[in-house]
Design a protein around this ligand. Structure first.
Ligand SMILES: [Zn+2]
Ligand SMILES: [Zn+2]
Length: 648
């Protein structure tokens, strides 16, 4: 073979191999290992995801995509939508097809069932058909088609939605994909054949207007999910069930932590006594850590004059979509519910002249803010209209940015570890280097801040991804993502550099040369907001909070009425040591009292009866550990405090 017929392929590890021109990614995979080839779903060739079976005829970078790659997964699910369509076509004659995209978990297909009924009872039938077809290992065959021919095909078939889609496509760019007896209009890419699909589950059915327009016909949207192994489907369904059980809205109600009232208003949580205890413990925990880290607590009001937000720029940017101004009897006066604490803190900075020696100044506030969210967007404690940020603003000199960043990272890591979030990563958001005019602040300042963040994250060994162009227009930032017990990702704390507000508020400090300079401002919130954080904490722990956070830490259970007085004595002596709980005074059998305390997830049960009273002891049961035997109150307090010490 002559040299011209060879192509050079660069793999992600940087190695370069030569292959005959026209080799497919699949052939490349096979040349590496048969095992790899069996798992290749698609390939990224020169940055574009395509069928692994497509021939490659130029030098290229090739990344083989498997189930472990997001793009591999979405190709798998998108291909499964074709399989679902094939199954539907064989079960529901005359069915017409809209679109069938992959989604975060699985895929859907919008179909017109031609008046035929489809409900939950039909799911199994469709799943079985999909698997039957999958076992035929039909190839997804790609075929470029002239537009006129494509239209003729769907006219003949009688599929008006595909003809509607074809209208927007340009001749010469249209492709069909066929597997088995089914042909679809599609750009691709797809997995090599249907045999990769080993497990299928129809999840849901809903109505959806064609092209999302209510003037159009309502189609049936069928949601489904598929996997390359049955075991993975089983695992997915288990996690889904588990997530339902852990839903913070459900547990929040059962554990009496918070509630919502239509009368108070949507998206405005009411914190019940037990939820308030939990919240206060979190606040105190962070307050202490912040004092140690050199923060000064401040308090500012829940409203501010409109002018404050005109100065900060919030009014111009968000005013229209926010809660509207509050008026007073004085016609010229307007106030806004505060959407963020930063402008108030800038005014605190300005209460006196600052010198370079005063910096950094770290102002911290558990500041409640109000943001208008559309009612359809509201969700439990994770999307609300009023919430409390664990906010702080650090005003520092440009040369202090890196050190301050490291300190904030340390604080955030301390918070996460203390609360049982061990698996976290961080995203560094930098400027788009191609589009610098979008951002305010000079080049030099940006470069300094960006390298400060990158270096700080590296020094603390954070697992990071860097996104160009994701910075706010006022500065670069670092966001923390945690994985919870079910492997779900949540965005939590954030650290942001800001050049804009110091400018807008004309903040200054006097340098060692007696000149005036602008400080840099850093916004940071380790929890993000208490509401959101508590929601995640509930779902991560399934309501089994660390001992120090549990609203009720002990339940004192007298065996009968006779020992109530002794139970009360135990209760009061524990209160003096700051251990919280209650006496179960109900006229119930002890077995019932124990079960109820289990259900409400109280960590310690102290059972008292005749023997305990006579010996001045309590019988201790620890949730998850069972019976720990009888001990005196001081012995119990010591045990309790040791466990708390381990956790915080
Ligand atoms: Zn497709
Ligand atoms: Zn701020």
């Amino acid at each position: 073979m002559s040299e011209q017929d060879m192509i050079r392929v660069m793999l992600p590890d940087g190695s370069v191999r030569e292959y005959p021109s026209g080799s497919s990614s699949l052939a490349i995979a096979t040349s590496i290992s048969e095992g790899l080839a069996r798992n290749v779903l698609a390939a990224k060739v020169n940055g574009v995801v395509q069928d692994a079976t497509r021939p490659i005829d130029t030098d290229a970078t090739v990344q083989l995509l498997t189930w472990n790659d997001t793009e591999g997964k979405s190709t798998f699910w998108h291909s499964s939508a074709h399989l679902l369509a094939e199954a539907l076509e064989s079960l529901y004659p005359g069915v017409k097809f809209g679109i069938g995209p992959p989604i975060e978990n699985g895929f859907y297909y919008d179909v017109d069932l031609n008046g035929q009924h489809f409900s939950q009872d039909d799911f199994k039938k469709v799943e079985d058909k999909m698997l039957e077809l999958a076992r035929q290992k039909s190839e997804y065959a790609r075929k470029p088609v002239p537009k006129a021919e494509a239209i003729a095909y769907f006219e003949e078939k009688g599929d008006p939605y595909k003809i509607d889609l074809l209208k927007d496509l340009e001749d010469g760019t249209i492709t069909f994909y066929s597997q088995g007896n089914f042909t679809d209009l599609c750009r691709g890419p797809h997995i090599p054949n249907t045999g990769f699909i080993k497990a299928a589950k129809v999840m849901n059915v809903a109505g959806a207007y064609w092209r999302g327009d209510e003037k159009n016909k309502m189609l049936t949207r069928i949601y489904a999910i598929t996997f390359p192994k049955q075991k993975e489907l089983d695992e997915y369904l288990y996690l889904l069930e588990e997530a339902k059980k852990r839903d913070h809205r459900k547990l929040g109600k059962e554990l009496e932590l918070f509630a919502f009232s239509e009368k108070v208003g949507q998206g405005l949580p009411l914190w019940l006594p037990k939820g308030t205890l939990l919240r206060e413990r979190l606040e105190n925990f962070l307050r202490k850590a912040q004092i140690r880290a050199g923060y000064s607590p401040v308090v500012t009001p829940h409203i501010g004059s409109k002018q404050l937000y005109v100065t900060s720029g919030h009014w111009e940017k968000y005013g229209k979509d926010s809660f509207q101004p509050i008026h007073t009897p004085d016609e010229n006066e307007e106030f806004l519910l505060k959407p963020m604490n930063c402008p108030h803190h800038c005014e605190i900075y300005k209460t006196k002249p600052r010198s370079y020696r005063d910096l950094p100044l770290r102002l911290a506030e558990f500041g409640t803010v109000y943001r208008y969210e559309q009612s359809g967007e509201l969700h439990g404690l994770t999307r609300v209209r009023g919430f409390t940020q664990d906010d702080a603003h650090i005003f520092c000199r440009p040369d202090q940015v890196k050190e301050e960043f490291i300190k904030v990272i340390d604080l955030v890591l301390y918070v996460f570890r203390s609360l049982g979030f061990e698996d976290f990563s961080a995203q560094i958001s930098l400027r788009d280097p191609e589009n610098k005019q979008k951002y305010i602040g000079g080049d030099e300042a940006w470069e300094k801040a960006e390298s400060a963040i990158v270096e700080a994250a590296a020094e603390r060994g954070l697992r990071t991804v860097t996104e160009l162009g994701e910075a706010a227009f006022y500065g670069p930032k670092l966001d923390f993502m945690v994985k919870d017990a079910l492997g779900r990702k949540w965005q939590l704390g954030t650290i942001q550099v800001d050049y804009q507000l110091p400018e807008r508020f004309q903040l200054e400090y006097t340098g060692s040369d007696n000149q005036k300079y602008r400080p840099v401002m850093i916004h940071r919130a380790p929890f993000g907001s208490l509401e959101r954080f508590i929601a995640i904490l509930i779902e991560n722990s399934a309501g089994n909070f660390p001992l120090w956070l549990s609203p009720d830490q002990v339940a004192i259970l007298p065996i009968s009425e006779k020992y109530e007085e002794y139970a009360n004595e135990v209760f009061f002596s524990l209160q003096e040591t700051d251990i919280r709980g209650f006496v179960d005074h109900r006229d119930e059998k002890i077995g019932r009292k124990i079960r109820d305390a289990e259900v409400t997830k109280v960590p310690f049960m102290l059972i008292v009866g005749e023997k305990e009273q006579a010996e001045g002891k309590v019988s201790v049961r620890r949730k998850g550990q069972g019976d720990l035997g009888a001990m005196s109150i001081p012995e119990f307090v010591q045990l309790f405090q040791e466990e708390v010490k381990l956790l915080v």
